[in-house]
Ligand binder design. Structure first.
Ligand SMILES: Cc1cc2nc3c(=O)[nH]c(=O)nc-3n(C[C@H](O)[C@H](O)[C@H](O)COP(=O)(O)O)c2cc1C
Length: 452
């Protein structure tokens, strides 16, 4: 624990150009089973000890939040078979994120915990109830990654034939979020009296029904789990399409985005800020964080060698990469000759539209083989390869050009060792430059997000 005077002096050391850091966690901890230095993870994954150590390290490095990604299906978008997904542990197994979130909350005290809850899978009342409970047990650190889902296979797990069309999903999500927000608001501040003398625990005049009747969802309220410490837990969103951006600009407190390259990042952020003003919001009230997958090693040469190894592995695993791409876009590309120019394929999706659009734009007329080697659906917005000093310097330049607000880190090979390259290698370099926080100023996630 740091002495209070030290906390204050560290706060004063922040420069004017500081930015936020968050972590994007994909999958179950078993997915690191073949990465070096993961210990006995293939036996221990059910109790996610690796992830609990990860959040402890992130809190030591003063990250704003961890976002726990989710999907609710077993892939079958390759040769119409589940084999490649199961054999390689691609997005399987996936534990229910709010349960894992609760364990993470228990071993941390300042880090924001942001599970993904998909709108097609949880009724809005249940979603609000889970989030208010998470906010309570974490003392004000809960967030919600609001996603509408993208796979018909997941819809089938919930008794539907397919997901509704892309744009309609966002229309439904508007109603959904309205209900969730109103349920959070169903408890007025000061509703819990707990007056032993009068014997009143809760002032019934301060707890209200919401009586929401929508086209897609309805809910009566009030929320029976009680008020959330943050009032309204934080909403994270990742809209890439026009509809998605419009939605994010209206509701999100933080946006996670992956436009490729500095110009696209800058444009994306400016577009969101313009849309926020049009929606009557202060653009400073939403922090846009850009996905990065930095390769950090002790020397630039070592980091470059690691990047080269990854590129070689990508060339060897074309079917796995195409299957992964098919997983997020709902496309089975297993029948297509790898030499076919991508420009000749007529691809469209009801899944992640912006992921497909980005792929098509970058592929141009390359063959499917070359296009998928160069494509990494979970890859970063900018390439960051080097020792802590050079990666920190590049992150500063990128943020200066983009204008803010921070980065969302994602490592394909999560292990205690790879996490330490970030939390104990890269982050201290950023801290010494006064770019990221060295101590939390607040208890609640929202307040930490709004700190700068
Ligand atoms: C960093 C990031 C994290 C995301 N996490 C999830 C997730 O956990 N579950 C999910 O179904 N979709 C996730 N998505 C997909 C988005 O919710 C959204 O569908 C996608 O960005 C495409 O945007 P669009 O629907 O506006 O085309 C994520 C996207 C990004 C960029």
């Amino acid at each position: 624990m740091r002495a209070p005077w030290l906390v204050d002096s560290l706060k004063g050391a922040m420069s004017a150009e500081h930015f936020h850091l968050a972590w994007f966690l994909q999958g179950s901890s078993i997915q690191a089973w073949r990465a070096p230095w993961t210990g006995n993870i293939s036996e221990e994954w059910m109790v996610p000890t690796l992830f609990l150590d990860l959040v402890r390290a992130m809190e030591r490095a003063c990250f704003d939040y961890i976002l726990i990604e989710d999907s609710i299906y077993v892939g079958q978008n390759w040769k119409n078979s589940r084999e490649i997904f199961l054999k390689n542990g691609m997005s399987i197994p996936r534990q229910e994120p709010s349960v894992v979130a609760t364990m993470m909350a228990a071993v941390t005290s300042r880090l924001g915990i942001v599970p993904t809850l998909s709108t097609f899978a949880y009724h809005p009342y249940l979603c609000a109830r889970i989030l208010s409970t998470l906010d309570q047990v974490s003392t004000g650190r809960a967030g919600w990654n609001m996603v509408t889902g993208s796979s018909d296979l997941s819809a089938m797990n919930f008794g539907m034939d397919a997901l509704p069309p892309h744009d309609q999903r966002y229309e439904m999500a508007e109603e959904y979020v309205e209900i969730v927000k109103r349920l959070f608001g169903s408890w007025e501040p000061g509703a819990i009296v707990a007056d032993r003398e009068s014997g009143v625990l809760i002032d019934h005049t301060k707890v209200h029904t919401i009586d929401f009747k929508g086209k897609y969802y309805s809910s009566r309220g009030p929320l029976n789990s009680g008020p959330a410490p943050q009032g309204q837990p934080v909403i994270a969103q990742a809209g890439g399409s026009d509809k998605g951006r419009g939605f994010a600009a209206k509701y999100a407190d933080t946006i996670v985005a992956h436009p490729k390259g500095v110009d696209a990042m800058k444009q994306y952020r400016e577009d969101i800020r313009t849309r926020m003003v049009q929606a009557g919001r202060n653009p400073e009230s939403c922090k846009v964080l850009f996905l990065i997958s930095p390769i950090v090693a002790e020397s630039n040469e070592e980091a470059r060698a690691k990047a080269d190894q990854r590129a070689v592995a990508a060339e060897k695993n074309i079917d796995v990469r195409l299957a992964q791409f098919g997983w997020s876009t709902n496309l089975d590309l297993s029948d297509i000759d790898l030499d076919t120019p991508v420009g000749q394929l007529e691809l469209s999706t009801n899944g992640h539209q912006s992921s497909l659009a980005q792929f098509l734009k970058r592929a141009g007329n390359k063959s499917l083989r070359d296009a998928i080697i160069g494509h990494n659906s979970n890859g970063g917005t900018v390439d960051l390869v080097g020792d802590p000093d050079s990666v920190a310097g590049r992150m500063r330049e990128v943020m200066q050009e983009v204008g803010g607000d921070g980065f969302l880190l994602n490592l394909p090979d999560v292990s205690r060792r790879s996490v330490a390259t970030i939390t104990d290698g890269l982050v201290p370099e950023l801290q010494q430059r006064g770019l990221v926080r060295r101590a939390y100023a607040h208890e609640h996630l929202r307040d930490n997000l709004l700190e700068f």
